[in-house]
Design a protein around this ligand. Structure first.
Ligand code: NAD
Length: 325
């Protein structure tokens, strides 16, 4: 059945039906694609975006968020815009209030908003450091914190935060961004621990996609230019299905993970608990629940994506599988 659905391209139908999602930084890039897909999957979406430039400068504009809402509504979905900054705790509260007032609840939060202020470390200013930490790390805290009590009271909720290989492995000229993105992994894992008792999950995605942010990467040599050209094929739409999966009930039990998409198209996923297909291959007894999750993931990723997200085999980790999820 699932294979047939895959062939028909009939994946993810109403995966987020009646759920209410807040997506920050959703006026463009990856955030926009996640908002559009969440809307198509039946979610009611609060589309947050401050507007403004990639380096966080500029007074901001409500237009990008409004435009994405218009697109969601034109496709028959439900969406409301919000133009607050994630750096403002009161603004984060207003984002959640927007969800409650318009749609009656909040079920999921994607902390996606981001800026870049790259500088080689010995030239990095305190402003470069503070602005990047403020949008990424403090922003993820502000919005998560604003949602946390609602999730606790209703005993359900899902967070998806955006990290980066720059944090996970380091990168030139990105000490501020790398620190923020690694901080987000710690934030996510601790939220996963603190809120597991309330049936709240928290995961990170480390994406790679051609957006205006990646367009700022300098390319001087022919090899760098060729690499950037190849990167343009990595569209933001390919990231959205993984985020929607992690927000959906199909991801029940999946928490405290960082899922990584790499420019090579391969996946370094740490989605332990999704290796049931490997069990089958290895002749071990199949865990049907895990198999269901794996197939739901495969089904989702088929839509506008590829299967390179599929988790690596994690059999060797089975005995150390975390118990907190
Ligand atoms: N594109 C990639 O390959 C890549 C790689 C690693 C991580 N990421 C992360 O993915 C996320 C999305 O990045 P993208 O590539 O789509 O970038 P993008 O610049 O296209 O989108 C970021 C959005 O965040 C918004 N934003 C910025 N500051 C904000 C604030 N204070 N409040 C609310 N909104 C704000 C911007 O207006 C913009 O629309 C970011 O967290 C980024 O760090 C992206």
């Amino acid at each position: 059945m699932l294979a047939q659905e895959r062939e028909k391209g009939n994946a993810m139908a109403n995966m987020l039906k009646d759920k209410v999602m807040l997506i920050t930084g959703a006026g463009g890039g990856i955030g926009r694609e996640m908002a559009l897909l969440a809307g198509r999957e039946g979610a009611k979406v609060v589309v947050n975006d401050l507007g403004g430039a990639v380096d966080g400068e500029g007074s901001g504009s409500a237009t990008p968020a409004q435009k994405v809402c218009d697109e969601i509504k034109a496709a028959g979905g439900h969406a409301v815009p919000n133009a607050d900054s994630v750096t403002d705790p009161a603004g984060a509260e207003r984002m959640i209030k927007t969800a409650i007032e318009n749609f009656g609840r909040i079920d999921g939060v994607i902390n996606n908003a981001g800026i870049l202020r790259d500088r080689i470390f010995h030239r990095m200013s305190h402003v470069d450091w503070k602005m990047v930490i403020d949008v990424h790390l403090n922003g993820a805290f502000n919005v998560s914190r604003a949602a946390a009590n609602h999730f606790k009271e209703q005993k359900s909720g899902a967070f998806v935060h955006f990290t980066s290989t720059s944090g996970l492995v380091g990168n030139f000229g990105q000490a501020n961004y790398s620190a923020a993105k690694m901080g987000i992994v710690g934030l996510s894992r601790s939220i996963a621990l603190d809120m597991a008792a309330f049936n709240v999950r928290s995961n990170c995605i480390s994406p790679f996609a051609w957006t205006r942010m990646i367009g700022t990467i300098p390319a001087d040599t022919d090899a760098q230019k060729a690499r950037l050209e190849r990167s343009k094929k990595m569209t933001p739409a390919k990231i959205a299905p993984m985020a929607v999966f992690l927000l959906s009930d199909a991801a029940q039990g999946i928490s405290s993970h960082a899922v990584q998409r790499q420019p090579s198209g391969t996946l370094g996923a740490q989605l332990r608990g999704l290796d049931a297909r490997d069990d089958r291959r290895a002749g071990d007894p199949v865990d049907e629940e895990l198999l269901h999750r794996h197939e739901a993931l495969a089904r989702i990723l088929h839509l506008g994506s590829d299967l390179t997200w599929l988790p690596q085999r994690a059999r060797t980790n089975r005995r150390s599988r975390p118990t907190m999820s």
